[in-house]
Ligand binder design. Sequence first.
Ligand SMILES: [Zn+2]
Length: 678
Amino acid sequence: MRYSRNLGKLEQRFSALLFLAVALLGSAFGSSRLNAWAGELHHQYTQQITIDFRDPEAAQKAVVAIAPLFNDHRRAVSCRWDDNWTSDNETTRDLMEEYGIRGTWYLNDRSFSPDTKRGDYLPVAKTLLKGGNSVGGHSLTHPYLTYFHSNRMFAEMLGVRIVWEAALDRPVTSYAYSFIDLRPEPEGKAVLQRSLDTLQRAGYHHIAEYINLIDDIELKHEFSPIMPPENNDFDVFKEAINWAYHDQRLTQEFPMITNSMHAWYGTARLQYGYDELRKRLELLSGLDDVWHCNQNQYAAYRRQYRHAKLTPIERTGSTLRLRLTRPTLLDLNDEMPLTLAISGVQSDAIKRVYCPDAAVDMSDRQTHRRSLFHLGHSRHQKLPSKIAHLANPGNKTGEEDLPTDPDFPALRGAISVNEESLHLSLRCDESQFLSDIRVVWRVPIGWGVETMIHEQEGLDGESLRLSQPLIPIGERGSRWGQTHFAAQVDFQWNGQPGRIHFTCQTPGEKPDDSLPLNGFAILGPIPNDQWDTAEFVQMMQQDGDCERWTLADGSEVHWRIDSRDGYVNHQWLNPEYVRTMGTWDHYSPTYVMRSEVYSPFARKARLLTSHAALRSVLVNGQLVDSETVNLKAGKNQIVLVYPGSALSVETQRLAGCFVRLADPETGQRWEDIRYHAF
Ligand SMILES: [Zn+2]
């Protein structure tokens, strides 16, 4: 299947270009975007710290601050490695361990493979964790995610998080976009923002991506800029690392250096063998004053650094008392301690650092002018040691036969949607005890609930029954297609911390005729060397139509309604796309699309499409060379020639064509027009 080969080549080539963008854009971002607190899901808790000094003077002079990175290192170093089956991740993991490098494996669904090697990736994923690595999300099915409606985006992002949390019993907090598909025109930033909001809803708080992701975005996630990937030669790699390491702004705002992006060394996918990977790992491990971590650890540390607050409470005699407010462990999903730095006094003036509910470890990096210690999380904060997934895909609403999971055999439950509310039912056997319950409702961006988080102390042989009204929010377009809902329930079960992800699906809203998805007939595929746009336009203008196209071998291509070319799931497409070849290939034959468009009155409209520079548009037989088109009252014929092309690396696929007729002033989609395929 062409898909798998292109996936590799494309990411390689795309990445090379973007590295240039990284270098150019390196100085273009400011610090204000770091101040945003990442949404309503986050809680904080407080710890008291006592520092005893040798004398009152030291207690008066001491200054305590949170270090920007663990152990007050200058920089963090990690790896982003993508994909399940296309990469030889295991050999790379072995080499990383040899050089003391850690990283995060961004995986797709357990059984997903772009080619024929389907199977369960869990045994490999378990070995990838060794050496201090973590797993992140890379979508369930490796699509160009921006072609999908918001509900499917949510399913791809949340689905892969739940799959790996439940399979590995480890939290997943970090995401990497498949195909680096971020902001295709004509929607651009709007679709990127939808995907970022969706990531938050799904429970991710870290992204590893090229720095141009955040050009004009108020990013609420923690962020690791990625370095030029494997296809550049060593000199380019070294230059990039040196640039990043010494860049002041990166050091201050995004101190992570992320080696990326596929473990292809020593395979047919890459011109370099493992000797090349060794050179790179050696360079990274030789950087001075670096914290080698995985990206869960980095995200948890930086999230605390950005949002924690350390306040001196009192200085009495030789004692300094401070209060630390920091994000809860359940929101960080990684147990990273915080490093506090004491300056202003000699290190031998410090007698003791104490916190009643947490471990305090002195750092191995003391100097006489500055002392460091690591403050763990409160012993009352706990992360799940087992994670389960209880699915209700058919949205059954009864209380009988509630599903259970081997991780928690005494617990049964499900979520379901009924009468515009989301319901959770969780039953615990009488002999068991469930406490410290926290429910986080997870809904896609077209929906809200009244209370996102529910907390409850315990459940004594009773059932937990919760309901939340589902409130439609934002544009209607956010609610098209099958809808996925979830509840993340953290708890202690007989004193052991656990987590269950509950999920259910509903059919969702069907796109109507004001959307182009099923409103166009297509003519194609036509090999590019047998297509002539000028000839087509001439036929259209002379004859008023072109019902067939004759190929070189004499065969004819005719218009088709309800075409399903390619493997892309039609139900998942954003209905503002018209399906053409329906694959993620970067080479496409020609397709022509036509629709009878009904407008209730005559007006000017803005016609937005993908690949505006490539395509040709005919409205009522007239070739249109601007975005603004004239619609008559009643029926209009719109024809779009979507020429085949071998797309350059920065171009989105020709899987389909975005089509929007919009108000020229506001850019809002006209909802009173109707598309009709003929
Ligand atoms: Zn990938």
